[in-house]
Design a binder for this molecule. Structure first.
Ligand code: 13P
Length: 249
């Protein structure tokens, strides 16, 4: 049985007051699923000191390098020291707005794992790619790049998030069937590369306009192991209500 994970990706939003509100609400979350937030870098120390034990902390990006002259970058070791368990790598906003290709994303994934962080690798297709029936080709390439760079058993101790680009921040959610189909494909691809045991244990989260109203149905799919929540994670009531759906489902 894979334990469900609900992670909030705050993107470039939030402040110390939001950390406080989430910390207060999360204090009475039960242990039925894992809860995590990924706030912007400057809020990590505040979140590390305020979040109740059991609520995990993650960052939204990491450098592929260990240290050195990389102005503006943050290393995996620094994130670990700041109290992070997770780090998102390859979010579609990083890929499209900041030109991160599969090779760079794979480097970040490797850096995170080497430091002892759990990478949350985001994969997903654009609308044009879906319409051209290229979803599996695109997602397959995104997974393969990481397998090649990270070596045998790359996905052991990692998390994958399927985030169809056309569903991010658009209010347009993948149907549970559409999402399940790609999640099953991801697990099958990892099984082919890393073995069925790694694939069976791999948490595959869904991200893209997940809200309290659609969470239970998405989370009820056999290969959907949680959510990476953008907009709805900025409202503590909505975020905790999605968490409840995961914990009780
Ligand atoms: P939304 O939930 O706002 O669609 O964002 C999803 C996302 O990008 C999470 O990483």
């Amino acid at each position: 049985m894979r334990r469900k994970i609900i992670a909030g990706n705050w993107k470039m939003n939030g402040n110390r007051d939001l950390v406080r509100q989430v910390a207060e609400r999360a204090a009475d979350s039960d242990a039925g699923a894992e809860l995590a937030i990924c706030p912007p870098f400057p809020l990590l120390p505040t979140a590390a000191s305020q979040l109740p034990f059991g609520v995990a902390l993650g960052a939204q990006d990491v450098s592929e390098y260990e240290a050195g002259a990389y102005t503006g970058e943050v290393s995996a070791a620094m994130l670990l020291e700041a109290g992070c368990r997770y780090v998102i790598v390859g979010h579609s906003e990083r890929r499209t707005l900041y030109g991160e290709d599969n090779g760079r994303v794979a480097g970040k994934f490797v850096a995170a794992k080497q430091a002892g962080l759990t990478p949350i690798l985001c994969v997903g297709e654009t609308l044009a790619e879906r319409d051209a029936e290229r979803t599996e080709a695109v997602v397959g390439e995104q997974l393969d790049a990481v397998c090649e760079a990270a070596g045998a058993q790359a996905f052991r101790g990692a998390v994958v998030a399927y985030e169809p680009v056309w569903a991010i921040g658009t209010g347009r959610t993948a149907t549970p069937e559409q999402a399940q189909e790609v999640h099953a494909f991801i697990r099958q691809r990892v099984a082919e590369r890393d073995g069925s045991e790694v694939a069976e244990q791999l948490p595959v989260l869904y991200g893209g306009s997940m809200k309290p109203g659609n969470a239970a149905e998405l989370l009820g799919q056999p290969d959907i192991d949680g959510g990476l929540i953008g907009g709805a994670s900025l409202d503590p009531d909505s975020f905790l209500s999605i968490y409840k759906a995961a914990a009780e489902g």
